[in-house]
Structures are given as C-alpha cells and as structure tokens.
Ligand binder design. Sequence first.
Ligand code: CFM
Ligand code: HCA
Length: 544
Amino acid sequence: AEVYELPDTAEFKAEILERYPPKLAKKRAKQIIINKIENDDDVPEILANTRTIPGIITMRGCAYAGCKGVVLGPTRDILQITHGPIGCGFYSWLTRRNQTKPTTESDVNYMTYAMSTDLQEEEIIFGGEKKLRAAIDEAVALFHPRAIGIFATCPVGLIGDDVHAVARAMEEKYPDINIFGFSCEGYKGVSQSAGHHVANNKVFTDVVGLNDTFSKPGKFKFNILGEYNIGGDAFEIERIVADCGLSLHSTFSGNSTYDEFSSAHTVDLNVVMCHRSINYLAEMMEKKYGIPWFKVNFVGAEATSKSLRKIAQFYEDADLLKKTEEVIERELVEVEKVRLDVKSRCEGKTAVLYVGGSRAHHYQELLREIGITILSAGYEFAHRDDYEGRKVMPSIIVDADSRNIEELKVEADAVRYKPRLSEEKKASMEADGFAFSDYNGLMTEMPESSLVIDDCNHYELEELLDRYHPDLVCAGIKEKYVVQKRGIPMKQLHSYDYMGPFAGYKGAINFYKEIDRLLNCSAFKFTKAPWDESPELSATYAFN
Ligand code: CFM
Ligand code: HCA
C-alpha cells in the first residue's frame, strides 16, 4: 500500500473525542481508527455495524432504503408497492439514479412509478391491511404484473400489519402472480444493511430457482451480484463483458428482470461487485445450487482488467482468455491517454471519502489512478469484514443482523443441482493460485496513518475539513452543500451528481475528466461560506 503519513492524527482524534459526552466518546474511539498495516495485511480492529447515537447527524439511511431502494429498486418488472405513509415511497422514487433499458421481450418498466398505499391516520389507528389489499387489486387491474413486492415501512411494523399474510391471501386470489412481502421497516437493524439482508433472503426463497427454462444465448453464463446500474454503470459492464465473449445472465439488480432473477440459478458462476449488500445471496446460491462465487470490482481501469481476467481464467478457455486480453488492450489505449493527461493536473491532490458499504473502498482505485492521495475514508454501514478484509471473512454469514443461511434451510439438492465445480476441481484451481476468496478490506489498502472513520457524522467531517483541508470530498447528498459552501469541491459517489457511468473503461474516463474539472475549477476559490460572512449562522454544538 501507499505510504502517506497524515500528521497529528492521534491529537485530532483526541480533540474530537474530548468534546463528546464520555459514553459517546468511548464508542466513537473504537470507530475512529488510525490506520496501521502490519504483516500479512493485519490491520487494527474497528467497531462497525452498531447503532448511531441519537442526536448525531449521521450520513446513514434506513432498512427500507436498503431493501426497497437498493436491492429491489433497480429491477423493472417486479411491481413494487410501499406500504406506508407517502413520504417513504416518494423519497425513494428514482433518487438513486438506477437506470434500466426495456427490451423487446420485456418492455415493461414500473420503475418510473412511485406506488404506495399512502397510509393515513385512520389506517394507523384501525390497521392498513385492507388498504394494502385494495392497492394490490388496483395494481393488478391496471398493470397485471408477473410479480409484486410489498415493502413495509416503520409505522406498518409499529401497528402490526402483516404484509406476508396479505401477500399469501392475494396470491390465492391471483394465482398467476408471484406476490411477496418484505419486513424491511426502516428501524430494523441499524442502517440500510439490515434491509439488504431482508431483501436477499426473500429474493432467494421466493424468486430465484422458479424458472429452469429461461435462458440467454452464449457460452460462459454468469450473474453479476451487487451491481445496481447507477448512472448506467451496468450498461458499460454489459458492453465490456459481451465484447469478451461472456454471457451475462442476470445482474442483481441493475437493468434486470423477473425472468432473469427466477432463472439465475442456471448459470456457472456468480461474481460479486458490492459484497456488502448481496454476499448473503451469493452464499445461499452456492449452498443450494452449487454455484461458486468470487468478488470482482469494475470501478477503476486496472480493477476492471483484473476482474475480466479472473472471470476468463475461471472458465479456462483459451479463446475467451485471448479475446479478453484483446478487449483490455483495445480499451486501455483511450483510458491511458486521458488518465495521464488528467494525472498531470491532479497529481498530489488529496481526498476524503465517506460512502455506503463498498464505494468508499472501490473509488479509491480510480482516484489513485490519477495521483490523488486518500487522507481519510469510511463507510456508513459496512461491517468489520469490509474494513478489515479476509481476517474477519468468516463473520459474513453470522453477523449481527443475520438470520443465517442454516435457518433458511437451504439444503443442497444434489440430484437436481450438481455443484458446478467438484470439491476436487475447486481445490486444484486454488492450488494453482486461483483465489476464490481473494478479499481485501478498505483498511488493508489505505495509506498508513490515514484516518478510517466508521459512520462518520457531520460534526466530525467539518472538524476534519478544518484540520486537513482535503482538495476533494466524496460523499452523499446530505454532505454535498455543507462541503461546497466552504469552497471545497464535492463529488457525490452515490448518484454521481447526474453523471455516469463511472464503472468500466468508459466510466473511468468519465470519472477522471470530472475530477479534473472539479479540482481545477477556479470558481470554488471564490466561494465564501455563509457562516464566515455572517458568524451568527455558524453552528453551536450542544456539548460545547
Ligand atoms: Fe453497495 Fe451500492 Fe454501496 Fe449499497 Fe447504498 Fe448505492 Fe452506496 Mo448509496 S449497494 S453498499 S446501500 S455499492 S445506495 S449502489 S451508493 S450507499 S456505497
Ligand atoms: C440510500 C440511497 C443512497 C442515498 C444517497 C445519498 C443512494 O441509502 O437510501 O445519501 O446521497 O445511493 O441513493 O445511498
């Protein structure tokens, strides 16, 4: 890893903690970590995936967001009904910028609708199941969908509506429609992360495996798990893998359809892009259907090439390997031209990143490619394995908010689903150096003495900006204007600020150019924060 000694990190940490009440300080002390990489990628332990202390301005979202917005949201022909007050459905209405492209076989697209039961006080008092049944009747009459997902919000859980009972009853009424509910009340767990898990479990039990016949042309069939087509990322990945000669069956869930999900068990391989949101499904599909999986990363030009090579190596096919190398060589010509040009203007600049559960790590690759140093980074809701890497890898299936795969009783059906790779074959591939569990965490790849901050809050972010003056901040919409008003360019790594794709080769080019524009735009230097001009606007913290 790169060596960059961020100065006075211990003092900085102590100053932050000093101003917190003792209990909070004790907790945050375990979540603000000064990075240190010892032998064999051993990094310090970090506290993650725990409750945010109430009153803190967190960057996190809720379980409903993780389930409905993140995992199910990007699939176009599962009709999705938010059971709750209208705000939840409204605020998750395409704000994530997950895109889709209906095809001639499947021209249905419900994604542009925000469907909700719009609960009112009356239902909060007397129950909302009747209104949910009516909403399903109405949706069926209007659209006659193949599948309907129902998403529970906080008040629904509090009043005790049973979305699963409603789903079962309505499925009896409409036997040709697959209707399933998600107990993804916002308060479940501590963040979006619990919602991912709820979504994975239900998609696995109620959708995957239902269709043995749907298939796509081509050899080398595989699924990409954890790619959500934000700003068109999946379109770019689809382009590249098709050029290599691979047959992408289903993306969970960017640019996807119900047929692709229900037949996803028919492929040879799953690759996992965002491990945090979908590792559960990869594990369960391996267990039940014998489909091997490994991690890939299509963010960053080098990472993309590495991932393509690994997929090609998995199939052990000479033509595929040759074609893959040709695609890499062809694509890198333009990438390198732009990269070197941009690097000449960005080299030596610094950045901090606080994003979700995998991008704070993935995007470091792209920034490093243009010579930018990462001073600090952290996730909103990742777990320890996402930070510390393979050291804590086994925890992924028995973590805090999991009903683990044993409980789901996914006994392998050895007759119908023969493992794609025999134990012996897998072992011999591993002996030859093929790493199925090649898994690095964010900390193992960050500079020595950089600051790793879990569930970073607005107070800490502002202190950090004052102290270390990074040239660039990467985070989400809640952070954007606080940062830009200070005259620091800010790039949203969730929605990409109306741009994209940023994945794959064309994505890398888009990203380099955008960061170049941001870092070398003089407008930011003329910005004066409103609270500097009118001191009465500056925040006074309760614990001052
Ligand atoms: Fe995975 Fe995501 Fe992320 Fe995520 Fe998210 Fe997202 Fe994210 Mo926003 S699934 S963990 S829950 S890569 S929505 S596409 S950008 S926080 S880093
Ligand atoms: C979510 C979705 C989100 C929010 C982005 C942001 C996304 O977690 O509810 O805070 O800017 O990517 O759209 O992560």
